[in-house]
Design a protein around this ligand. Structure first.
Ligand code: A3P
Length: 795
C-alpha cells in the first residue's frame, strides 16, 4: 500500500457512514467512531491491552488488499486477538477486471458492471435489521459495481443482483454476488465486502448489520422503532383544501390499517379551535365528523388562533388564548390530558420564549413538546432533545409533507421523488436511524389526494417488507420518557445564538437582541486578579460590563452552574440593551468558568466568536490565596484544617477534605483546562495573561490587551491607575489625588505559605507546569516569569 494513499474511510464512504450509520456526529447516538487517514503506519489499535475498535471499515477494498505485509499482519493479528471484523467497499476501478483475484484472498472479482434486481440471501447470518424481503427491482445505482466469485466455503453471499443486460430467468448461475461475507475460516478474520458504496439504500441497512455482526452485537441499534404522526392543524386550512366526511372515514380506515402494522397507532390531532367550521358546508361536516370520532384519535392543543407564541410578549395574553382553546376542548369532549402540545411554526419552543413554557404549564400542564429546530433544522440527523422548565422537548423528523403538498402529481420533484423517499430513501432511513420518530403533518395532507395516508401506509409496509424493526406507537409522554431514558445526556440543553440561524431569528421575540451578548469573556481562574482586570476593563468606554447579579455576588456564573438551565433570557437580562454606539461591546467575568467542565462547550455554542481572556499566576500561590478566600467566607472544612493538611490529603481522607483538596488544586492544572478551551476556541481567540504582570505593571498589560481586543480609543492606563502603598496594589486614580481600590477581600493580608507546603506544591504542579510550558511554545506565546521561576526552583 502506498502509505500516503492509505485511508481507512474515503470521503464518500465516510460521509455516508457518518450520515446513515452514526447519525449524530462523533461520540453520539449509535456508536463512537474514529476517522483515520492513516500514514505509513496503522493508527494505534490498542490502549492498555484493550482493543480500540470494534469493527474496522475500509474505504477501499483494493487499498485494504494491497496493504504492505507488515501492516496487514499487524491488523490481522489485532482482528484475531480482539475478534474484530473488517468491512470494505469496492470502489470503481480505472481498469476493468474480469475474474481477477483479490490480492491475498481466494476470491475473484469482476468490476465496472451495471446491475439490476437486488436480492438478499435469507440464510445469511449477517442479516439482523435487514430482512430478505422481495427483490429490489430495477437498475442499481452506479455503473461500476464489483461482483465476487469464490470456491472456498469461507465465503457466503449476503446479496446478489443480475447483470443489467441479463434477460434469462435468474437461476443460481446468473446471480452475481454483490455483498459477500468471509467467515474467516482461512485466516481467522471475519469480513463483509461490499461490491459498491452506500448510494444503494440496501447497503446502508447491510452496513448496519455488518457492524452488528462483526462486533458480535456490540455495535447494534435496537430493533424497536416508535412512530407518532401529528396532524398539527386539524381545523386550519384554506377553504377548498379541508377535510370532507369521506376524508375522515379514510383517515379512520387508514388508522385501522396502520394499527395492524404499528400496534398502538393513532393519529395525534392538534387543534386551533378558532378555525373550527371555517370551510364550505361539506368541509364543516368534515370538522363535525372529526369531533364525532374524537375518541378514535389522540388530541393535543395547538394555539386558539394559530398565532405564533413569540409574538405575545406577555404571559397573560398567551394564557387567555390557550384558555379559549381549552374551553372548546371541554365543550366538545376533546380529552385535555395528553400533556403534549406543539407550537405553530415551532415558535417559542427553540429559541425559547419563556412565556410560552409558563403558559403551557399553567393552562395545559404541558410536559412534552417537539420541534425540528433544536439545535437546527439541518442537518436533520443532528436534531436532539432537551428539557426546559419541566417541558421535555423531543426532536421531530421531517416526512416530506407540507401544507402545500396536496396532490401526488404535483409533489415537488414528482411522485418518483416521494416514492424514492419511501422506498429506501430519506423517509425510510429516517425511521431506521431514529428510535423515536415524531412526524408533523397538516390537515391538507389528509384531504385532496390524501398524500399522508399514502406516505405512511407505504413506508410502514416497506419497512415491514425489508426490515425486522418492531414498529410501535405510544402517547407522547411515554415516548418522551423513553427518549430521555435512551439519551439522558440530552436532557440539559445547549443554548445557541438565535441570530446565527435565520429561521430562529424569525421565531424569536422582536424585542430580544443578540448583539448585546458578550463578545468577551474573562474566565479566571479564581484568585488570579480577575476582579482587578474586570474593574480595569470596565473603565474603557468601548467595554460595557454585565449588570451585577445580586445572588452570586458580582459574577453571573451562567455557563457553569444551574443559572444555565434558567435559559438564555436570564443571561440576556444582564446585558444592557441600549449601547451608546456600535463600537461598544459587552463583556462578562466569571472566574469559575476556567475550570468548569461544561463551560467551553456551552460558551462556544452561544458565543463562538467571543474573545476569551484567562489570567495565570503561579498555581501554588493561587491555591493558597483560594484557601484564604474560602476560609474568610467561613467554609467549615477550610476552617478545620490547615492548608498543608488539605493539599496533602490522600485518597483515603474523608470526602469533604478530598473535595476541598480538589477544588483547591484542580484549577491550577492550567494546561489541562486550556486544552479543553482550545478544543472549542481557536488560539487566536484566546488571550493568556500573566497575572504577576497584571499586579505589578497593570498599565502595560492593559495596553497589550487593548491591542488584542482592537479597542478604540487606546487608553493610557498609566493615567488611570495609581499604586496605592497602603493597599499594596494598583487602584483606580481618582480626580482628587485619591485612589479607589478593590475591597478588603481582594489583596488580603495573610501569613506567608509554609515552606513545606510551598515545596509540596512546586513538585505537585511540576508536570502541569511543564505541560503548560510546552503548550505556550506550541501557541507561540511567551512563558511568564512565574512559570520560569516555578519550573527552575522545582528542579
Ligand atoms: P489575594 O487576596 O490573595 O492577594 P480574584 O479577583 O480573581 O479573586 O483575585 C484576587 C487576587 O487578585 C488577590 O489575591 C490579589 O493578589 C490579586 N490582585 C491583582 N491585582 C490586584 C489589584 N490591583 N487589587 C487587588 N488585588 C489584586
Amino acid at each position: 500500500m502506498k502509505a500516503a494513499q492509505t485511508r481507512l474511510l474515503d470521503r464518500y464512504v465516510r460521509r455516508a457512514v457518518e450520515q446513515s450509520v452514526f447519525g449524530r456526529g462523533r461520540n453520539e447516538y449509535f456508536c463512537r467512531y474514529k476517522v483515520e487517514v492513516a500514514g505509513k503506519s496503522l493508527p494505534v489499535l490498542t490502549t492498555l491491552d484493550k482493543g480500540r475498535y470494534g469493527v474496522i471499515v475500509f474505504e477501499s477494498l483494493a487499498k485494504y488488499a494491497n496493504m504492505d505485509k507488515w501492516n496487514r499482519e499487524l491488523l490481522d493479528k489485532y482482528c484475531r486477538e480482539y475478534s474484530v471484523g473488517i468491512v470494505a467497499f469496492a470502489t470503481p476501478n480505472e481498469e476493468t477486471l474480469v475474474g481477477a483475484q483479490l490480492k491475498g484472498f481466494p476470491i475473484f472479482m469482476h468490476t465496472n458492471l451495471k446491475l439490476k434486481d437486488a436480492t438478499l440471501n435469507p440464510a445469511s447470518p449477517v442479516l439482523r435489521l435487514t430482512r430478505a424481503g422481495e427483490t429490489a427491482w430495477g437498475t442499481l445505482p452506479g455503473d461500476h459495481w464489483t461482483v465476487f466469485r469464490a470456491n472456498s466455503s469461507t465465503y457466503e453471499p449476503v446479496a446478489w443482483a443480475l447483470k443489467h443486460n441479463d434477460y434469462t430467468a435468474s437461476d443460481e448461475r446468473s446471480l452475481q454476488t454483490t455483498v459477500v461475507q468471509d467467515h474467516g475460516r482461512l485466516d481467522g478474520v471475519q469480513r463483509v465486502l461490499f461490491g459498491s458504496g452506500l448510494q444503494f439504500w440496501l447497503h446502508r441497512l447491510l452496513l448496519l448489520d455488518a457492524l452488528s455482526y462483526l462486533s458480535h452485537g456490540q455495535l447494534s441499534l435496537s430493533l424497536e422503532r416508535w412512530i407518532l404522526v401529528d396532524i398539527d392543524d386539524i381545523f386550519v386550512g384554506e377553504r377548498g383544501t379541508r377535510l370532507h366526511e369521506e376524508d375522515v372515514a379514510a383517515l379512520l380506515a387508514s388508522q385501522a390499517a396502520l394499527q395492524r402494522l404499528v400496534p398502538g397507532f393513532r393519529f395525534n390531532l392538534g387543534f386551533s379551535a378558532k378555525y373550527y367550521r371555517h370551510g364550505t358546508a361539506l368541509e364543516n361536516r368534515g370538522d363535525d365528523a372529526l369531533l364525532h370520532n374524537r375518541d378514535q384519535f389522540t388530541w393535543f392543543c395547538h394555539m386558539w388562533n394559530h398565532q405564533q407564541p413569540h409574538l405575545y410578549s406577555n404571559v397573560t395574553q398567551l394564557e387567555q388564548e390557550m384558555m379559549l382553546n381549552k374551553q372548546f376542548a371541554i365543550e366538545h369532549g376533546i380529552p385535555t390530558n395528553s400533556c403534549y402540545s406543539v407550537s405553530p411554526h415551532h415558535s417559542g419552543v427553540y429559541p425559547v420564549h419563556e412565556p410560552l413554557y409558563l403558559a403551557w404549564r399553567r393552562v395545559w400542564d404541558v410536559q412534552v413538546t417537539s420541534t425540528e429546530e433544536y439545535p437546527h433544522l439541518r442537518p436533520a440527523r443532528l436534531r436532539r432533545g432537551f428539557r426546559h422548565q419541566g417541558v421535555m422537548v423531543l426532536p421531530r423528523q421531517t416526512c416530506g409533507l407540507f401544507t402545500h403538498t396536496l396532490l401526488l402529481e404535483r409533489y415537488p420533484g414528482g411522485r418518483q421523488r416521494l416514492d424514492r423517499s419511501i422506498q429506501g430513501g430519506e423517509l425510510f432511513q429516517t425511521v431506521i436511524n431514529n428510535p423515536i420518530n415524531i412526524f408533523m403533518t397538516h390537515m391538507s395532507n389528509y384531504g385532496n389526494d390524501r398524500l399522508a395516508l399514502y406516505t405512511f401506509e407505504s413506508v410502514v409496509k416497506f419497512l415491514r417488507c425489508w426490515t425486522n424493526v418492531r414498529l410501535g406507537s405510544a402517547p407522547p409522554l411515554r415516548l418522551a420518557e423513553k427518549y430521555f431514558q435512551m439519551r439522558p445526556d440530552e436532557l440539559n440543553p445547549l443554548w445557541g445564538n438565535p441570530c446565527d440561524d435565520i429561521r430562529h431569528r424569525r421565531i424569536w421575540a422582536k424585542n430580544k437582541r443578540c448583539d448585546t451578548l458578550p463578545k468577551l469573556l474573562v474566565i479566571g481562574p479564581q484568585k488570579t486578579g480577575s476582579t482587578a482586570l474586570y474593574t480595569f476593563l470596565s473603565m474603557h468606554p468601548a467595554l460595557v460590563a454585565n449588570l451585577p447579579n445580586p445572588t452570586t455576588y458580582e459574577e453571573l456564573q451562567f455557563f457553569n452552574n444551574n443559572n444555565y438551565l434558567k435559559g438564555l433570557d436570564w443571561y440576556l437580562n444582564f446585558f444592557p440593551e441600549g449601547l451608546a454606539n456600535s463600537s461598544q461591546i459587552t463583556f462578562e467575568k466569571s472566574a469559575t468558568y476556567f475550570d468548569g467542565d461544561l463551560v467551553p462547550r456551552r460558551a462556544h455554542a452561544l458565543l463562538p466568536n467571543a474573545k476569551i481572556i484567562t489570567i495565570l499566576i503561579s498555581p501554588s500561590k493561587r491555591a493558597y490565596s483560594w484557601y484564604q478566600h474560602i476560609r474568610s467566607h467561613g467554609d467549615p472544612v477550610a476552617n478545620n484544617y490547615t492548608f498543608h493538611t488539605i493539599i496533602t490529603a490522600n485518597d483515603s481522607a474523608p470526602k469533604p477534605l478530598r473535595d476541598l483538596r480538589n477544588r483547591c488544586l484542580n484549577p491550577g492544572k492550567y494546561s489541562h483546562h486550556l486544552e479543553r478551551w482550545l478544543l472549542e476556541y481557536s488560539p487566536h481567540q484566546l488571550h493568556i495573561l500573566d497575572g504577576g504582570q497584571l499586579r505589578s505593571e497593570p498599565a502595560l498589560v492593559m495596553s497589550t490587551l487593548q491591542k488584542f481586543l482592537k479597542l478604540t480609543p487606546h487608553l493610557d492606563y498609566n493615567k488611570l491607575l495609581k499604586y496605592d502603598p497602603k493597599k499594596g496594589f494598583f487602584c483606580q486614580a481618582m480626580s482628587n489625588e485619591k485612589t479607589k481600590c478593590l475591597g478588603k477581600s481582594k489583596g488580603r493580608n495573610y501569613p506567608p505559605m509554609e515552606e513545606r507546603s510551598s515545596k509540596f506544591l512546586k513538585k505537585y504542579y511540576t508536570p502541569h507546569n511543564t505541560a503548560l510550558s510546552k503548550l505556550l511554545v506550541r501557541l507561540g506565546r511567551p512563558a511568564p516569569q512565574w512559570l520560569r521561576d516555578d519550573l527552575s526552583t522545582a528542579r
